[in-house]
Ligand binder design. Structure first.
Ligand code: NAD
Length: 373
């Protein structure tokens, strides 16, 4: 079997498989071809791949592989070159790219989307949403600390004492919890809010204060949040306003699967923050938790608050983001591969009765898969 690694589009620094994981596949008798320079931005140069036994090739050659690996979806031009029976593995976001997935279903190819695997303990080692959200949460705090014209920790100096920064996190899922941990390590005083009551204990266990609002909980299926009604949104915004006004740093990470990000913070709420405060909106690319945030830009409001809209955030820590992504990919591939003497061989033969594989499958054998069939 031949596995091909594609170069990601402009602006994406990560690569779907680093040399250390190429080696794992090669030991399973998989041949690996890598598009020239695919790993450069993740500090994995061509010779690092060849030293592990991979071959460097053109994009057209990589697209002829039995298994094509990428992070971002293939372009329409790429899809013209993919042959029948190919397996594609990447992050395709079918809930947003519905039409694209429908087009793929017309081809006789199998597509597996890593963002669709369940958020269960068994699937954790393949969970790219978690591995990449962790990085986003960490990076959000570092970026905020760079923009903030204040210290994060408390200091007692000869010139007097400095109070620690107050950091507020909205959305305490994977990214939010990592943001809490990172801000705590830097010495800030941290508080957080989430609509899922289960997150309260997790927030407290990290040494942060959980903000309880007099509102109904919004826990949905699979541990995810549910969408808010407009009435609840307004009430939540009203109740959060004093907490936002008191924060030096506000980091928002709220998301609801398949929906645009909930609008948690208005420009009016931000106008209550002190000049110099910093807002990081990690949901800027999916609609924005914060009014006025623009993905990839820093906007300064009339009252001197800086709003950073997150864009390709895991890509900004490209080496470790790629390393964790690669491990997630290989763990899923080994789960999907045939076994001999109880060990995975590397040859893909997906068992659709496995919940993880079934959830990841978008198309198979010329049709869009209906789950559980
Ligand atoms: P996510 O990216 O979908 O959302 C981020 C956070 O935003 C969530 O905590 C969500 O509750 C919160 N949120 C949504 N709307 C909000 C609102 N209006 N106001 C405030 N907060 C709001 O979430 P995620 O980080 O991908 O995690 C999803 C779930 O998966 C969580 O329950 C998490 O604990 C769970 N999970 C489980 C495992 C496991 O191994 N068991 C692994 C990873 C994640």
């Amino acid at each position: 079997m031949i596995a091909g690694i594609l170069q990601e589009p402009q602006g994406e620094n990560r690569v779907s498989l680093l040399p250390e994981q190429v080696e794992v596949l090669i030991k399973k008798n998989v041949q690996v071809v890598v598009e020239a320079s695919a790993g450069n931005n993740a500090s994995a140069f061509n010779d690092a791949y060849t030293s592990k036994g991979a071959t460097i090739a053109s994009r057209a050659e990589v697209l002829q592989s039995n298994l094509v690996l990428s992070i971002n979806p293939l372009t329409d031009a790429d899809m013209q070159q993919v042959k029948e029976g190919t397996v594609l593995l990447g992050v395709y976001q079918p809930l947003f790219n519905f039409q694209q997935v429908k087009n793929w279903a017309d081809k006789n190819i199998s597509t597996f989307s890593l963002d669709m695997i369940p958020r269960t303990t068994r699937a954790q080692s393949m969970d790219v949403l978690s591995s990449q959200a962790n990085i986003a949460g960490y990076k959000a705090v570092l970026l905020a600390s760079t923009l903030l014209p204040r210290y994060f920790p408390m200091f007692m100096t000869a010139a007097g004492s400095i109070a620690p920064a107050k950091v507020l996190i909205l959305g305490a899922g994977v990214a939010g919890l990592q943001a809490i941990a990172t801000a705590k390590r830097l010495g800030a005083v941290v508080s957080a809010y989430d609509v899922r009551p289960a997150s309260a204990d997790e927030v407290k266990s990290m040494g942060a204060k959980f903000i309880t609002l007099e509102l109904e909980a919004l826990e949905g299926a699979g541990g995810y949040a549910r969408e808010m009604t407009e009435e609840r949104s307004n009430k939540q915004r009203e109740l959060l306003t004093p907490y936002i006004a008191a924060a030096d740093v506000l980091i928002t990470t709220a998301a609801v699967p398949g929906r645009t990000a909930p609008r948690l913070v208005t420009a009016q709420m931000i106008s209550h923050m002190a000049a110099g405060s910093v807002v990081v909106d990690l949901a800027a690319e999916s609609g924005g938790n914060v009014e006025g945030s623009v993905a990839g830009e820093i906007i300064t409001t009339a009252t001197g608050v800086r709003i950073w809209g997150g864009k390709d955030v895991p890509s900004q820590l490209a080496f470790h983001a790629s390393m964790l992504f690669s491990r997630n990919v290989v763990n899923l591939l080994l789960l999907m591969s045939k076994t001999a003497d109880g060990k995975p061989t590397g040859v893909i033969e997906a068992d659709f009765s496995d919940e993880i594989i079934d959830s990841a499958t978008l198309t198979h054998a010329g049709s869009k898969r209906e789950k559980g069939k």
